[in-house]
Design a protein around this ligand. Structure first.
Ligand code: NAD
Length: 504
């Protein structure tokens, strides 16, 4: 499907992205240079960056290869010797300066995110603050990476445990939060005393490379933070193979997570994975309808639905089912679809055509089986990556959308009768990232939050992420936790030391 030329206030949507990029004060943010061993590399070959709203090529970036990655690993290993000796307070100071620089450049970074990822500019601005928050958080956590002493099980001896940095870390990051997923991993690794090499998603390299510019300005030493863009298979192979890379952190699909976990087995790396979600959202008939609808709107349609926390299965108790569907549908059809740079836009394009196609497949499958479809104005006329926000009601458990993560602006509503039934259906998934419970009963909220099989539960709220929380999933949604006091552990080793023969 070709991208049509859509008019916006006399200009084309294409002009919109180009004009915003041209107005950036920081021209180096769009130079498209990778940061390897303290040098900015333009690369012998270049890859293009596409505005997903228009299909327009808006910039180009260095295409790094396996030899570049080998150089980066060697540089990271060299930098580790000095970086691990920095006092945690000094590492924290540098992380805080990086966070301040990121905040000071919010507007420019947000434009980059919107142009390459597609999300509305307001959401992109929010992501910049959210992302900077992880650096401040881990600046402090580095100083609190306490060890422990234990009562000894041996006579005349002293036992203690230290936490020490694991070594060179690598991060493979996704396109849906192209800034925050980098800072959440890099903040933890750097605070722990580990250098980190980042391979961002090929769809969203500009914001990652701009972060690298600011990291250098904040004073991160040569080789401690490096960003290489290029083919994911080519660049991940050296990371997996090299014994000097001790930790690998990945956010993305479960399918790729499995591949990387298998690949890392050869060199027995510490692997942390943030993978797919398929969040159940349970609405009981004792709840305030408006609050539940507001929660469902946020849990489903923020980030245009391209969020691993997105509510993918909205189970509503029979007593308020009809009223809920009616109120929810009237909100969904009002959502405005457009270019993320247009101020009125609620829902931007899908970053990848494959995601838009999957949304359409989920809608078609459910529609063919006779569900009711409520849809905002047809957004597809704007371009192939646009999906009309859609509500599918009376969905059944055998439909595609009830079985697979959609990752787009399509809401599935399913009726249920009893709490027991809702819980069993919520847990009938191999994914276990997040769940939502809307109820006025404290007992029910406590019961369900105890029994739901997932890493994070929002009770009467759709908004719970941030640096203090342990973000991560159960089952095939992942391994390890990011953020919180636990996030630093993925980059540290425990060392037990026994002092014996202490008797006078
Ligand atoms: P993806 O897994 O293909 O891409 C994510 C990252 O992995 C990118 O950097 C990509 O370049 C890299 N990658 C892709 N193939 C690779 C390979 N063979 N070897 C090494 N690296 C590879 O993800 P996608 O399909 O583009 O994105 C959608 C999926 O990602 C969704 O299913 C969503 O649930 C998941 N996701 C999860 C989270 C989370 O926090 N749990 C966040 C964002 C996205």
């Amino acid at each position: 499907m070709a991208f049509p030329t859509v008019q916006h206030k006399g200009a084309t949507l294409t002009d919109l992205a180009t004009r915003h990029l041209q107005s950036l004060r920081r021209r180096d943010f769009v130079a498209g240079a990778a940061l390897i061993d303290g040098r900015w590399s333009l690369g012998e070959q270049r890859d293009v960056v596409i505005d997903p709203a228009t299909g327009e090529e808006v910039a180009d970036v260095a295409r790094c290869g396996a030899a570049d990655m080998d150089l980066a690993i060697a540089a990271a290993e060299r930098s580790f010797r000095a970086w691990r000796e920095f006092l945690p307070a000094r590492r924290g100071e540098i992380l805080r300066s990086w966070a301040s620089l990121i905040r000071a450049h919010t507007e420019e970074l947000a434009v980059l995110v919107t142009v390459e990822q597609g999300k509305p500019l307001g959401e992109a601005r929010y992501e910049i603050g959210y992302g900077a928050g992880f650096l401040d958080w881990f600046a402090a956590e580095g100083e609190r990476a306490y060890g422990e002493t234990m009562p000894s099980h041996k006579p005349a001896s002293l036992l203690h445990v230290r936490k020490q940095p694991i070594g060179v870390a690598a991060a493979i990051t996704p396109w849906n939060f192209p800034v925050a997923m980098i800072t959440r991993k890099a903040g933890a690794a750097l605070a722990a005393g580990c250098p980190i090499i980042v391979k961002p998603a090929p769809e969203t390299p500009l914001s990652a490379l701009a972060l690298a510019r600011l990291a250098e300005e904040a004073g991160l030493p040569r080789g401690v933070f490096q960003v290489l863009v290029g083919d994911p298979v080519v660049l991940s192979a050296p990371l997996l193979r090299d014994t000097r890379v001790r930790a690998l952190s990945f956010t993305g699909s479960t399918q790729v997570g499995r591949l990387l976990l298998g690949g890392a087995a050869e060199t027995v790396k510490k692997v942390s994975l943030e993978l797919g979600g398929h969040a159940p959202f349970l609405v009981f008939d004792d709840v305030d309808l408006d609050k539940a609808v507001k929660g469902a709107m946020a849990a489903k349609f923020d980030t245009s639905g391209q969020d691993c926390l997105a509510a993918n299965r909205i189970y509503v108790q029979r007593g308020i089912y009809g009223a809920f569907v009616e109120a929810f549908a009237s909100e969904v059809v009002r959502l405005k679809v457009g270019h993320g740079l247009e101020p009125a836009t609620d829902i931007g394009p899908m970053t990848k055509l494959s995601v838009a196609d999957k949304c359409r497949a989920h809608i078609d499958d459910a529609a063919a089986r006779g569900v009711r479809v409520f849809s905002a104005k047809r957004a597809e006329k704007l371009g192939p990556n646009f999906v009309s926000p859609t509500l599918l009601s009376d969905v059944t458990d055998d439909m595609l959308i009830a079985r697979e993560e959609t990752f787009g602006p399509v809401a599935a509503v399913l009726p249920f009768d009893s709490e027991e039934e809702a819980l069993a259906r919520a847990n009938a998934s191999e994914m276990g990232l997040a769940a939502y419970v809307y109820t006025d009963s404290l007992r029910r909220a406590l019961r369900l939050s105890d029994k739901i099989e997932c890493g994070m539960v929002g009770v009467n709220t759709a908004s719970f992420t941030g640096s203090p929380i342990p973000f991560g999933g159960w089952k095939q949604s992942g391994l390890g936790r990011e953020g919180s006091r636990h996030g630093i552990d993925d980059y540290m080793e425990l060392k037990y030391v026994c002092f014996g023969d202490l008797a006078a």
